[in-house]
Ligand binder design. Structure first.
Ligand SMILES: [Zn+2]
Length: 172
C-alpha cells in the first residue's frame, strides 16, 4: 500500500515537472514577427504575443525596468521589461558581436499610452534561445590584403613611370 502511494506521488511529481513550465506561457502567446506586428498592428494591439530576434544596440536600464531592441532581421521592436529579465542577456549585437537571440513573451502595444504612443512590447518574460558571439571580421582582412596589393601595384607603376620619363628625358 505504502509502495503504491509512493508510485502515485512520484508520477504526480513527474507530471508537474513535465507539464508545469508549458502551462505558464506556451498556451496564450501568439507567435508573430515584426512584419505581422507592423502590418496588422490593430489586430495584435493589446494581445499576448511571442516574438523572437537578436538583441541589438544598447540596453537602457531605468531602475526596475529597462528597454531593449530586438531585431528579427527586418525591423527592431522596442521591448519594455523588468531589469531582472534583462540581466539574462549576456551579449548585445553591434559591429563586433552577434547579440543573443531571445524569445519575448509579452503584450503588444500598437501605440503605447504609457510610452508616448510608441509601438512596443511589454515583456512578461525573456528566454535566451541562442547565445551571442564575437564576430570574426575575416572580410576585413581580405580587404586589407587587397588594399595592400593595389598600393603595391600603384607604387610600382609610379616608379616605372618615373624611370620611363627619366629615360625619355635623357634621350631627348
Ligand atoms: Zn510601452
Amino acid at each position: 500500500m505504502v509502495g503504491n502511494i509512493k508510485i502515485i506521488i512520484t508520477l504526480l511529481v513527474v507530471f508537474v515537472i513535465v507539464f508545469a513550465p508549458y502551462n505558464t506561457y506556451a498556451v496564450d502567446y501568439m507567435p508573430v514577427d515584426s512584419g505581422k506586428l507592423i502590418n496588422n498592428a490593430i489586430k495584435y494591439d493589446g494581445k499576448k504575443v511571442e516574438y523572437q530576434g537578436e538583441v541589438i544596440g544598447d540596453v537602457m536600464k531605468r531602475g526596475e525596468y529597462a528597454w531593449i531592441n530586438v531585431n528579427d532581421g527586418n525591423n527592431a521592436i522596442g521591448i519594455y521589461l523588468r531589469t531582472t529579465e534583462v540581466d539574462k542577456i549576456k551579449t548585445v549585437g553591434n559591429y563586433k558581436y552577434k547579440g543573443d537571440i531571445v524569445k519575448i513573451l509579452g503584450t503588444f502595444h500598437r501605440a503605447c499610452k504609457q510610452h508616448g504612443g510608441e509601438l512596443d512590447i511589454h515583456a512578461d518574460r525573456l528566454i535566451i534561445v541562442k547565445k551571442g558571439y564575437r564576430i570574426n571580421h575575416a572580410f576585413d582582412i581580405r580587404r586589407a590584403v587587397l588594399g595592400f596589393f593595389l598600393l603595391t601595384v600603384a607604387a610600382t607603376l609610379f616608379v616605372m613611370n618615373r624611370k620611363l620619363r627619366n629615360f625619355n628625358t635623357r634621350k631627348s
